[in-house]
Design a protein around this ligand. Structure first.
Ligand code: IPE
Ligand code: MG
Length: 227
């Protein structure tokens, strides 16, 4: 979700207002995904690198995160959304951590959209953690027994399908340490729309583009059209 700061700057507003408007875009996109039957949506809210931002911006982002956890979870629950926070939550305040736990347990039995919020998340961190968890779960195994399939069960999105589509807004064309393992065969879609302006129509456009792609997973185009 990129472009909050630029959205605000264009209007001579503080960056934080861009983040607030970005939260509105999150609400729009989540409810649209729930209503069109998306199975799983992962939003990159805060990366392991975002701590490097000015202290004031980080602290305002943390307040916004807390407020969203406190105010938006009932609505998610009503919409049958299961919320999961992925990332290293130990760096967050006690208050945020307890609100995360509350939000996850409140929505844990919901069967609709799985909404993963990546917060203090990094793809490299996810892979290293998965290796550690695998080793802890199988102390008798040698590292030689570790393979791609075994590791899958210990990554943050274990049990969920690999993402079909990545949307990056704000005109950047980078993965920025997002779900680097899980996106081996994801289709990428880059949009110049700044995140606060991203809406239902912009999402439909991305899905439309995705639906025109031929996914070959290493095979030839002829093999795919033959089946
Ligand atoms: C993304 O918007 C939001 C977060 C990282 C929390 P940016 O803050 O990166 O917006 P730009 O790139 O400065 O426009
Ligand atoms: Mg940015």
């Amino acid at each position: 979700m990129d472009g909050n700061g630029r959205w605000a700057k264009k209007r001579l507003l503080p960056r934080f207002i861009g983040h607030q408007k970005g939260l509105n875009a999150v609400k729009r996109v989540v409810s649209h995904c729930a209503s069109i039957g998306v199975e799983s949506l992962t939003l990159f809210a805060f990366s392991t690198e975002n701590w490097r931002r000015p202290e004031e911006e980080v602290s305002k982002l943390m307040s916004l995160f807390l407020k969203a956890l406190q105010r938006e979870v009932s609505k998610l629950d009503e919409n049958n959304v299961r919320l999961q926070i992925i990332g290293d939550r130990s760096a967050f305040s006690e208050e945020i951590q307890s609100n995360i736990a509350l939000a996850e347990s409140k929505t844990s039995s919901n069967s609709g959209l799985v909404l993963n919020i990546a917060a203090n998340y990094g793809g490299r961190w996810d892979i290293v953690e998965a290796v550690k968890k695998w080793q802890k779960a199988h102390p008798e195994n040698s590292i030689e027994q570790l393979d791609e399939y075994a590791l899958n069960d210990y990554l943050c999105l274990a049990g969920l399908p690999e993402p079909d589509l990545l949307i990056r807004t704000g005109g950047e064309q980078r993965i920025s340490n997002f779900l680097i393992w899980q996106m081996a065969y994801t289709e990428f879609y880059f949009s110049d729309v700044l995140w606060p302006d991203f809406d239902e129509a912009a999402l439909d456009k991305a899905i439309q583009s995705f639906s025109m792609r031929q996914r070959r997973f290493g095979k030839t185009g002829e093999q795919i059209t033959a089946c």
